[in-house]
Design a protein around this ligand. Structure first.
Ligand SMILES: [Zn+2]
Length: 382
């Protein structure tokens, strides 16, 4: 048994300081303060210890686009794990159905392979093709489709049980029927890339939508007389993804979303440029230029994902948005785990949970990552 000692342990019931966490068989065996139990002690020197981050929305990183090849997919996941992400939903941008079918197959292969040296892929997120032309953002408008149950059934089959979330614009004809199909497939239905008004989104929530994809981005701004999709998501209390990079939303907006416990879901929406520097990239067959770490389509100037990592999202939530480390941690781990319905096995430092852990220094920078009880090597690959 390994015992991590002398840490500021972030748990659902507060911070244990100084705290300890014992790990055995890939799981958290016990937690506490004061005298640590016998075992191989690993002194963390007063560092923060958080549950591993769970990113529900990521397209690439470390110079690897997850849709380029199975090898790039694995390398992108490994890059983000070096920044503390121990469970990943891989997001697929809008593309022809046959392309999505191939990419879903790659993701299913990784999920079926289980946690590995590359990381832990828990499933796929389809960001399209059933989205609004008006609010397509960086989604390729050439491949957007109205909700089509036959096409969706083909995607579900290709995913072999690993499709975990689908973003849909609820104002499109047939959207409510498709939301039912998404739920029947065991996936989370999310509203996003939508021009819908308040009432349309409330109807979608009544039909089973439980998540908003990157709240405020790719939807109309909230107006006090026309609260729109963002207002509907906030008023209904569904969970809300936020890209907390200081560009997609103001830090105060992240703080507002977090004021309702359980609501904030920090995501990266990262593209391959995360960790790879400014320059020219491609997303969904569209040209992207990254300048000052901001990714934008060269054609329209729309933001095209981000260059964010989950540790940076957490650090910004604390330093810029004023959240407690516990609240930021909930946004990065506990709340996304509940979106996936896996809050009983991951997402918090709780006895019995998988031992997925992140060590952060006093500046909230990742120093070590543990996945399923083992320390990950090759932290911060270049
Ligand atoms: Zn995205």
């Amino acid at each position: 048994m390994t015992v991590l000692t002398n840490a500021r342990v972030v748990t659902p019931r507060g911070v244990l300081e100084p705290g300890w966490v014992s790990v055995a068989g890939g799981r958290i065996a016990d937690i506490g303060t004061g005298a640590a139990p016998a075992g191989a002690h690993d002194d963390l020197g007063g560092a923060w210890l958080l549950p591993g981050f769970i990113d529900l929305h990521v397209h690439g990183g470390g110079g690897h686009d997850a849709t380029a090849s199975p090898e790039d997919l694995a390398a992108a996941v490994a890059y983000h794990r070096s920044h503390g992400t121990t469970r990943t939903l891989v997001s697929l941008v809008t593309a022809p159905i046959e392309t999505l079918i191939r990419e879903l197959g790659w993701i299913a292969d990784l999920v079926e392979a289980g946690p590995s040296a590359a990381g832990h892929v828990v499933g796929a997120h389809l960001e399209g093709p059933f989205l609004s032309h008006t609010r397509c953002g960086a989604q390729n408008p050439a491949h957007l489709l109205p909700p089509d149950r036959a096409s969706f059934a083909a995607l579900v089959e290709a995913a072999r049980g690993t499709l975990r979330s689908v973003t849909i614009a609820p104002e499109l004809p047939g959207a409510l029927d498709l939301i039912a199909d998404i739920r029947d497939a065991g996936a989370v239905a999310a509203i996003g890339h939508t021009d819908a008004g308040y009432a349309q989104v409330r109807a979608a929530i009544d039909a089973g939508v439980t998540l908003a994809t990157h709240l405020f981005n790719a939807m109309p701004p909230m107006n006090h007389r026309a609260p729109g999709a963002a207002g509907a998501a906030l008023a209904a209390g569904i969970r809300c993804e936020v890209i907390n990079d200081g560009v997609h939303v103001h830090p105060a907006v992240t703080a507002l979303v977090a004021q309702v416990p359980g609501r904030l879901v920090l995501i990266t929406d990262a593209i391959e440029a995360a960790g790879a520097g400014d320059g020219d990239y491609v997303l969904g067959a569209q040209q992207v230029q990254v300048s000052d770490a901001q990714a934008r389509l060269t054609t329209t100037g729309s933001l095209a994902g981000s260059t964010l990592t989950m540790d940076d999202a957490v650090r910004r939530a604390v330093l810029d948005s004023g959240l407690s480390v516990e609240a930021a941690s909930a946004g990065a781990s506990g709340n996304p785990a509940r979106v996936l319905g896996t809050g009983d096995v991951c997402g918090s430092i709780t006895p019995g949970h998988d031992a997925d852990l992140v060590v952060l220094d006093a500046d909230l920078r990742v120093t070590r990552v543990m996945a399923a009880g083992g320390w990950c090597d090759a932290l911060r690959p270049t």
